[in-house]
Design a protein around this ligand. Sequence first.
Ligand SMILES: Nc1ncnc2c1ncn2[C@@H]1O[C@H](COP(=O)(O)OP(=O)(O)OP(=O)(O)O)[C@@H](O)[C@H]1O
Length: 568
Amino acid sequence: MASGTYGSLPSQFIKFYARSTRNVNVNKISSASKGRKKLAGSVGPTKQGKDNKKFAKTNKKPQSSILKTNYHFGNYGGLKELELRNKEIAASLVNKITSFDDLKILPNVRQAMIKAIKDESILKNKELDNSETETKTSKEVVPSPIQAVAIKKISKTLMNNSLQSHIIAAETGSGKTMSYLIPLIDFLKREETERPDVWESQVKNKAVIRSVILVPTHELMEQVYQTVMKTEKLLDLHCCKWDMNLSYDELIEAIKSRVDILITTPPKITNLFNIRKISRPDRILSQLKFAVLDEADTLLDKSWLEETHAAIRKLPNLNHLIFCSATIPVEFNKTIGRLFPNVESIITPRLHKLPRSLQFKVIDSTLNPFKGSKIKTLAQTLYAINNDNTEPGYQKKCLVFVNEKKDVPDLVSKLKGIYGHDCVGLTGEDSLDKRIESIKDFVNPSVALPKADAKTGISAETTKQQEITIPGSNIKIPERTETPVAKDAISKLKVLVTTDLMARGLNFRGVRNLVLFDVPNSAIDLVHRVGRTARMNQSGRVFMIIDKKTKSWAKGLPKAVKNNQTIS
Ligand SMILES: Nc1ncnc2c1ncn2[C@@H]1O[C@H](COP(=O)(O)OP(=O)(O)OP(=O)(O)O)[C@@H](O)[C@H]1O
């Protein structure tokens, strides 16, 4: 994947309209009351007004340090502010911890996790391994800020035999997965050596599940499972992904040889109690000491809350309960405070900020040559992305997010039929196999296109391409030099049109361009969609198409990103 910064699209391509913006809001994450160590009693439907995701006009002039994005957040309300105290602690800790060696992690766990990060990191080897030097030491893989803060905090009381609950919250693409996985695996391995009596008599050769990672989508389940599997052999762990393809017999076989890490969705945990072949599910879960809810604000929103809470209540002997997310919505914060009263938050200063390395542009579809046609605006944006000089020699990819899944098929057929794009559409209506298969191209790193050479019959020297204008539009591809690639390698931009189903947690390593065909309905959706690119400080571009309804207020975003401000 070509790294480095992108040139912005040449202005004669498509006029991008930066907007003046104001500063933005930061609210308070209310720290839940300390004290009671028990999980709270019951969970009732939250007294929520009706969902009313409408754009509300703020009637008061934004004060100097506050920008309301004019989103009306329906059930969730706005995004919560960082606790200033936490921000300062996090910032000072991050400066002190510059290597995984500075963190209390078993040596074999540290080496295995560093190897896993190297294997799958979005960063190019050069950035990770300093490949200019002979020795590729682990030093080059350093903890991200959230990893430094979370591992430091959780490792302090890792082996305390009491319930400890934490929220891990940091911006998208900041390495949160490893920030909970390293303590989880360190805990499992330490239990073997620091609690030998328990390990030998109640765990080692028993039919038990020792830890669980709960996620909301099958794609995320697959992604986390692939990460965990990288450590299975190195650390002699037994990992199991319980999705709809795993039969009860296969599950029982896995449990019989002890499951160290189970990756699944909340309803599967309660479902254990409905499987006739399993006589004592409570005994299977009696050794489950470590539970993680990834994308926790989704798992605790009103559509998941009952099932998630029911699942957690089936885990009576937890030592660690971790909620992980890139957003802390108002409602999530209240739910957590009500149900898990002693939770502590681990956050980093960039929470609720869009990635620093992101280029954010808005395209006004009401202007010429688009004349209000969003599909035409989209098509010309994709054409420009495909023909600008970014990612030379690599297969380019672009995600297109829409708000409603019903719009996906029509958009895909137009992009393919009228504009000839290599385009696929995915929603929750598609089969799991199709979804996992179709996103492979987008979650895997970009493929380098074979260089032109004598074999391909194209000379490899660069050629000058004259300026061309797209008839009937103001798009011009300026004169440029091109390094030709092998004839059959010249491939069109790969486009994935999808909804928020694919906006959570997925590590789209090959995606440097993203189009918001619709303005997201909330700041939460915006943060997660945009967060599919520009991950772990890699560059990325977002093009948001605005129209008559949204242009009046959406203008605040590009500058908020440029000024490194928090979205609220
Ligand atoms: N310490 C590290 N150094 C380099 N790369 C890392 C490090 N930790 C994680 N990564 C890589 O960064 C990318 C993003 O990590 P991850 O998916 O955990 O982010 P995230 O914070 O969970 O994002 P999201 O909020 O979207 O779920 C992955 O490719 C991962 O391999």
